[in-house]
Design a protein. Structure first.
Length: 134
């Protein structure tokens, strides 16, 4: 992350209208602990593209880190409404639903991720463990 921030800053300066560069810079800034700068950049990206999946996914991660599970679920549902083949969003949603004690919905989300990544043994193991829980 520490190496990504200066490189992404440079790219954002060279290509100021490139929304993807700004979205990934905001992600790198948040992960580097520069939350205020990251939040401003996230807001700019969302003003231009309100349903930007990278930004919404990162906001879901941030909400989860703060244990704001309903907010995380809302961001992930927004991503999946427009990008139903986003396996990472399904995986994050399953984790979020587990935290919200919605086991059946979490299983459904994991199954969707498994459909998108059928060769993932980790998803299969997580699904098996979740299905076997009482």
């Amino acid at each position: 992350v520490d190496e990504a921030v200066p490189l992404l800053r440079e790219l954002a300066g060279a290509y100021p209208t490139e929304i993807e560069v700004r979205a990934w810079l905001a992600v790198a800034l948040r992960r580097a602990g520069l939350k205020e700068e990251s939040a401003r950049l996230f807001q700019q990206v969302l003003e231009e593209q309100p349903k930007h999946p990278v930004v919404l996914m990162e906001q879901a991660r941030a909400a989860g880190e703060e244990e704001h599970w309903d907010e995380a679920r809302q961001h992930l549902r927004q991503v999946l409404a427009d990008h139903p083949r986003n396996e990472q969003a399904w995986l994050l949603l399953s984790n979020t639903l587990i935290r919200l004690d919605q086991r059946e919905a979490a299983v459904t989300a994991l199954r969707q991720a498994q459909r998108l990544l059928p060769d993932s043994s980790r998803i299969g193991q997580a699904l098996l463990a979740l299905e076997q829980r009482p």
